[in-house]
Design a binder for this molecule. Structure first.
Ligand code: GAL
Length: 994
């Protein structure tokens, strides 16, 4: 990339360093590492119209020559089908200290057919990238082409499963399609690169955990191809890959051009179990196999994915999903501190938490391993609420943003805690001399210990299986912190004073020791803190959590600017919001969320959310005398700490009432089961060959749904023949994802339902979900066939109708092309006779142009638009829930409801389904035509389905349609169906209807 002369000089100090990592003749990273000093924290990124340099050395990224610690959270726009809410999540992440968002882009979500790519509406990637830039977040873009991600076929489009060639290799057919996809994505991304000043895309990943052909020519050729393609499309930011094995796969130099200096990063993923001792995967680790960053000593420690929760499988059987509360419990705030602080202590300075907001795998998006909710037990739940995991993220994120010393750390002299159950990592910044100690307690009980080697005599408590970071010799504002026994959270200068915030667990005793040439006059503004002065040092102590915020102001210590120390426990720290404005930083205290702050004249305009009545306090640049909150003036006075303090509290939120769901209308379907049904418009299933990895059984036509263009949701088959006499049974071999099933009818008579058994672990891992359903003919049918033959001779027409809930394609994590395993029927055989059957197949009709190809399968009601709000259901039968019908097949229920949520309230609403767990039925939930997921009553564990605003009209009319598929073996509901409020805040973002 060309760097303009002007920009070049603007980059503090870089000219002198000869630092141009994207050019040729770059210095070695070791040289650069020595020469790039620790500067001030980098500015908040935006599309600022300027060119920027993105490089790195072995310590960290270097953005315009300044060190940057990337503290990123993963969210997937495709798992939140309401663009307005993207902004909500981005603002929440930004406010809680993240400086980057990492996103997969799922090929299947954007491509209904070869050559067709849709980036509009809920697929508007450019809009997402613009929002991220407006919010002040860097973007890590991960468009695959393969992404895994617990989505259908690992992100490969349904149509790709029916193409020739081997995916995830340099097979030319596959690469031709890859080119199509990458060209489409890159045309958008190239316009939003941070290097160009037109966006904030900072890093770009190719492929995903590609460990199948490491070191082999196939793999090298494939990776080189992707690398070259992305570069040829104008993507000039550093590229990387996420090594699954953490042992150097695809490290610089390991494949063709990927070794270009300064342009290829090594990254590795990590998902440690909660009961593991956190591994030393970083630069300072022991190295060797699985050593993580040691595999690439010239690039900074980078985890493109580090577990922030875990996905949950369907219920029942050996995988036994337990619901996301369990992931959130086992990977809680203490897990975050213990593992992520260990990562920082290992020199990892690019850190992405997968997931930070998980969202919803709506429609037919989920991979076979997961159900609809992809909540993930993440820091933000699926309903967009903050969870108890957020305080840890908030505190570490703010710390990294405000303390640049953390961007360049070396291991320092080993230090031991007095109590050896505490493991200590000791790090030092070579430029500033700041010391950091990560204290980790892997034991099952809280440990209180001093750190005499570091001169810390006051006991520090680390709770069981938890960690904390403490520091010594750190510059905060104009003073030097000798040490502190709790974690610093931020330090900034607001107006005429320096502010430093320290945060910890409730009950921690914080001791902050400051160098103080003169004996100062501290001012206690809350009752708890105490202090002492001794030999040029000021010792301030404060118990955390006794009252909300404890404040001490220090003056006359020989420094001309006063210092305000703020002490907060987790809950309080979560209501402290630093915000950078062009006139300097602000610190806001009180509300549940600060979204934005804008200075105009002497007024600061704040926007954000409240969930309960709260005070409001603002420390801001000089000259700010007035405050507004969400557009309304807030009368304030000047407090003893120089803040503007609201005279009256801000209101909380009134939780909106939700209506009961009644007025249901009902209609049964599956006319396809009737022998007289007209299937002449269906596709003849008569192919002889397939590109599937499933062999076509001898003597059978290809019955695989994908070969006929039906890639998502249910598929119907009708097989016809003449003369059924003698048939004793029919066997239907089929292949599906997890929780697949089929049901069959012969001449309109139900033969039964067969559910795909859960295979053993090995077969499940290979994605092999196949079974044979054998249905004996009921005596009634046999008799009828005999009589037919006797009365009419041969020539009587018979129809076997089969509905397959084929579920999803395999994810193909091992690059074995298993996403091409058949879905649907594979072979049909008879006993007692061998009729010549001709087959027709029908799946989803033309993909919904707005909701996309994954919204619908091929149920009769779906083909006829029964799920759509505009469908007229006047002639359906009125009914009430709960119901208990016994019928094999599909029945639809529809109702309308109105919501009238106050426009100033962000209400997050869910739909709950519940019933006797013995009842064998499942429900596809359509809200205003959008497929919000699948409920399986006798499998679980999901009962609550999040309905995103934008699809849900929170002020207006909504239509809910439930497509109920019942096995016919038990009575079937729906049982209890109701709306539930999952979150409410006064504030929120403006929501446009989708
Ligand atoms: C990783 C993979 C992600 C996701 C994650 C588990 O190995 O790269 O796409 O599948 O595991 O949620």
């Amino acid at each position: 990339m060309e760097l303009s002369r002007r920009t070049f000089h603007a980059l503090a100090g870089t000219a002198a360093l000869g630092f141009t990592l994207t050019g040729s003749g770059s210095p070695t990273s070791a040289d650069t590492a020595r020469s790039v000093p620790t500067g001030p924290p980098p500015p908040v990124p935006s599309a600022d119209g300027r060119r920027h340099e993105v490089g790195f050395d072995r310590y960290s990224l270097l953005v315009d020559g300044r060190r940057l610690v990337l503290w990123s959270g993963e969210m997937h726009p495709f798992r939140l089908p309401s663009p307005s809410l993207w902004r909500d999540m981005l603002e929440k992440m930004r406010a809680h200290g993240y400086n980057a968002v990492s996103v997969y882009v799922a090929w299947n979500y954007h491509s209904p057919a070869p050559g067709r790519y849709d980036f509009t509406g809920v697929r508007d990637l450019d809009l997402f990238l613009r929002m991220a830039a407006e919010t002040g977040l860097y973007v890590i873009l991960r468009p695959g082409p393969y992404i895994n991600a617990e989505v259908d076929a690992g992100g490969f489009p349904g149509w790709l499963t029916a193409t020739e060639g081997t995916a995830r290799t340099s097979d030319p057919t596959y690469l031709r399609y890859v080119d199509e996809w990458l060209s489409a994505v890159n045309a958008i991304v190239a316009k939003r690169l941070f290097t160009r000043g037109t966006g904030t895309v900072l890093l770009y990943q190719i492929e995903n955990e590609y460990d199948a052909h490491v070191g082999e020519p196939t793999g090298r050729a494939y990776m080189s191809y992707l690398y070259e393609k992305v570069r040829a499309d104008g993507i000039d930011v550093p590229l990387f890959h996420n090594d699954k094995g953490r042992d150097g796969a695809w490290a610089p130099g390991s494949f063709g051009t990927g070794g270009e200096k300064g342009r290829w990063l090594y990254g590795f993923d990590g998902y440690p179990e909660p009961d593991e001792v956190p591994p030393d995967w970083g630069r300072f680790g022991p190295g060797g196999a699985k050593g993580g960053a040691t595999a690439s000593p010239r690039t900074p420690g980078f985890v493109p994915e580090f577990g922030g929760g875990w996905f949950d499988p369907w219920g029942g059987s050996w995988f036994d999903g337990k619901g996301y509360a369990e992931s959130r419990r086992t990977r809680d705030a203490a897990y975050e501190r213990r593992f992520y602080l260990t990562n920082l202590a290992n020199g990892i300075t690019l850190h992405n938490v997968y997931m930070t907001y998980g969202g919803t795998s709506w429609g037919w998006l989920p991979a076979p391993v997961v159900y609809t909710s992809y909540d993930y037990g993440a820091a933000f739940d699926e309903a967009r609420n903050a969870t108890p995991k957020l305080p840890a993220m908030h505190q570490i994120g703010q710390l990294l943003r405000h303390v640049p010393d953390l961007a360049k750390l070396n291991r320092a002299k080993a230090v031991r805690a007095a109590d050896e159950r505490i493991k200590v990592y000791h790090l030092v910044n070579p430029d500033t001399g700041a010391h950091f100690y990560v204290l980790r307690n892997d034991s099952e009980e809280a440990v209180t210990s001093t750190l005499p080697d570091a001169g810390i005599d006051l006991p520090v408590t680390v709770p069981a299986r938890d960690a904390k970071l403490i520091t010594a010799g750190l510059r905060i504002g104009r003073r030097t912190l000798v040490h502190a026994t709790v974690q610093p959270m931020l330090t900034l200068t607001a107006g005429r004073q320096d502010i430093a915030v320290f945060a910890g667990r409730r009950g921690d005793l914080a001791q902050v020791v400051l160098d103080s040439p003169d004996e100062p006059t501290p001012m206690r503004l809350d009752p708890e803190p105490a202090w002492a002065y001794n030999l040029g040092k000021l010792y301030v102590t404060a118990p955390l959590g006794v009252s909300e915020l404890s404040r001490v102001r220090i003056e006359s210590d020989g420094v001309d600017t006063p210092m305000l120390l703020l002490f907060a426990d987790d809950a309080t720290a979560l209501r402290l919001w630093p915000y950078e404005t062009p006139s300097g930083p602000l610190l806001v205290y009180g509300p549940a969320l600060l979204r934005s702050a804008e200075l105009r004249g002497s007024t600061v305009h704040l926007t954000g959310d409240t969930t309960a009545v709260t005070g409001l306090e603002v420390w801001g640049p000089r000259g700010i005398t007035h405050v507004t909150w969400n557009g309304r003036p807030v009368p304030t006075r000047i407090s003893g700490t120089g803040s503007l303090l609201a005279l009256r509290p801000l209101a909380g939120v009134t939780r909106p009432a939700l209506p009961a769901l009644d007025g249901w209308r009902r209609r049964t379907e599956n006319p396809e089961a009737e022998s007289g049904f007209d299937d002449s418009g269906w596709t003849a299933a008569d192919k002889k060959t397939s590109f599937s990895t499933t062999p076509v059984p001898d003597g059978q036509p290809v019955l695989f749904a994908d070969d006929y263009g039906f890639h998502y949701g249910d598929v119907w088959y009708r097989g016809e023949w003449t003369d059924a006499d003698g048939i004793e049974s029919v066997s239907l071999a089929y292949s599906t994802g997890t929780q697949g099933l089929l049901m069959a009818w012969l001449d309109g008579e139900p033969l039964g339902t067969h559910r795909m058994p859960v295979p053993d672990k090995d077969r499940a891992r290979q994605g092999t979900w196949t079974a044979k359903a054998t249905f004996g003919l009921p005596e009634g049918l046999r008799k009828k066939f005999r009589e037919d033959r006797e009365s009419r001779g041969s020539g009587e027409r018979h129809v076997l109708s089969v509905l397959v809930r084929r579920m999803q394609h395999d994810m193909d994590g091992k690059a074995l092309d298993t996403h091409k395993a058949a879905r649907g029927l594979t072979a049909v055989t008879f006993e007692g006779a061998s009729p010549e059957v001709t087959w027709r197949i029908q799946g989803a009709s033309t993909p919904d142009p707005v909701r996309g190809p994954m919204n619908n399968g091929g149920l009769y009601g779906e083909r006829e638009g029964w799920h759509l709000p505009e469908y007229d259901d006047k002639d359906w039968k009125d009914t009430e829930l709960p119901r208990a019908d016994r019928r094999q097949g599909v029945t639809w229920y529809r109702t309308d409801f109105r919501l009238d949520v106050d426009p100033g309230v962000d209400a997050s609403v869910g739909l709950v389904l519940d019933d006797d767990p013995e009842r064998a039925y499942r429900v596809q939930i359509f809200l205003n035509g959008w497929n919000m997921g699948q409920y399986i009553n006798d499998v679980g564990p999901q009962h609550t389905f999040v309905l995103p605003n934008g699809i849900l009209r929170t002020r207006g009319a909504n239509t809910l349609a439930l497509a109920v598929l019942s096995d016919g073996t038990t009575p079937s509901g729906p049982g209890d169906v109701r709306l539930t409020l999952l979150g409410a805040a006064a504030g929120g973002v403006p929501v446009k209807a989708v």
